[in-house]
Write a new protein. Structure first.
Length: 68
């Protein structure tokens, strides 16, 4: 069984783990409303994805019903 001959110092251990950090998720601007959103996801603010409406929110449906 492999056993280390000497204790690994804190500096050496931490330098080895320097690439184990978490990456910050990237955000892009929505092409419709300008809010920040995750790439390749539907915008939570307006319901658009790739310049077309995917989700219709209840407020929008109620407003169109009141107009008619």
């Amino acid at each position: 069984m492999a056993v280390p001959k000497k204790k690994t110092s804190k500096c050496q251990r931490n330098m080895r783990r320097s690439h184990h950090h978490l990456a910050i998720p990237g955000y892009v601007e929505c092409s419709n409303c300008g809010e920040h959103m995750r790439p390749h996801h539907i915008c939570d603010a307006c319901g658009y994805y790739n310049k077309r409406e995917v989700l219709v929110f209840k407020e929008a449906v109620e407003e169109t019903a009141q107009e008619e």
